[in-house]
Design a protein around this ligand. Structure first.
Ligand SMILES: [Zn+2]
Length: 296
């Protein structure tokens, strides 16, 4: 296994098999709706002003309950100690909770300590260790996989099977869940077939409703699909948005109040296509009993 140097784009995965056959009783098509529960606009603001928008977040929660769609949250655990509103809000919004690192620093110099701090912070607030880990910005290097297994994680939900210039290139990877050689399961982000555009509200908001709908219809998505969004994709805090610098602010300003409608249209489309919505823990349980073939 070649190990890229820190700072180099990640091009390979830890040795793995692709889980092509889920147990016979698994739904034919599975979607998991996930949130990266982190500061406003990632680490760009260092603020959590979105907590002030509890009414809108409560409305989102009510919509998901009505549609019987469970929500899995990947929590930046440092926030649980930093903001008193964070833990109650995470409990209100989610049905299933995991770790999204402790500090959300992709170039963390001591990942082992970062992982340990995240498990400890999570345990303090949720009374148990997290089963799942999501790396910041999809930056999971092969050498991180043993660290996660040693720390007691059962699965990672970090890999985008797509391209982010300068960060990773996983265009050759399968779109299906994987089992790494050390037993850790990877539940990758969902992407549109062919173009490999992530099925994430941030991307679909940028595309606009028409092109997004056509991508889904013409190219389709895998039968196991992890959908992702951030709270700042569906709720706008003008003060945090104003804190962003020019180009980034312009991008986040596109259809800035349209995120909730994009999310609703996407989940209704998936339901019409026959997808069953599960939590990430439920998907992990199915994958733990799946069989696979040697992967790329
Ligand atoms: Zn994140």
């Amino acid at each position: 296994m070649s190990t890229p140097a820190a700072g180099q784009p990640v091009r390979s995965l830890y040795p793995h098999v692709v889980l092509r056959r889920l147990p016979a009783d698994a739904p034919a098509k599975i979607a998991c709706l996930t949130v990266d529960f982190e500061c406003d606009y990632g680490a760009r603001t260092g603020q959590f002003r979105l907590a002030r928008h509890e009414d809108e977040l409560q409305a989102l929660r009510s919509f998901l309950r009505r549609e019987r769609i469970p929500l899995s949250l990947f929590v930046v655990t440092e926030m649980l100690d930093k903001w008193s509103a964070a833990a109650p809000l995470a409990r209100l919004l989610g049905d299933d909770w995991h770790s999204h690192s402790h500090t959300h620093r992709p170039a963390c110099p001591d990942l082992k300590a970062e992982i340990a701090a995240s498990r400890e912070g999570f345990r303090r607030h949720f009374g148990r260790g997290p089963a799942g880990y999501r790396a910041p910005m999809g930056l999971l290097r092969p050498e991180h996989v043993p660290l996660l297994a040693e720390a007691g994680f059962s699965f990672s939900a970090s890999i985008f099977p797509s391209l982010r210039p300068g960060t990773y290139n996983h265009l050759g990877q399968s779109l299906l869940p994987l089992r790494y050689e050390n037993g850790l399961i990877e539940l990758p982000f969902g992407v549109v077939r062919g173009l490999r555009v992530p099925v994430a509200i941030s991307y679909f908001k940028l595309l606009g409703p028409g092109p997004g709908r056509w991508l889904l219809k013409l190219l389709g998505v895998p039968r196991v699909l992890v959908v992702n969004f951030h709270l700042h994709d569906v709720v706008v805090d003008e003060e945090s948005l104003a804190q962003l610098t020019g180009g980034v602010r312009a991008v986040y300003g596109i259809r800035k109040h349209g995120g909730r409608a994009v999310l609703e249209a996407l989940v209704r489309h998936l339901r019409a296509e026959g997808y069953t919505f599960l939590t990430m823990t439920e998907l992990y349980d199915l994958c733990a009993n799946a069989t696979g073939d040697a992967g790329a």
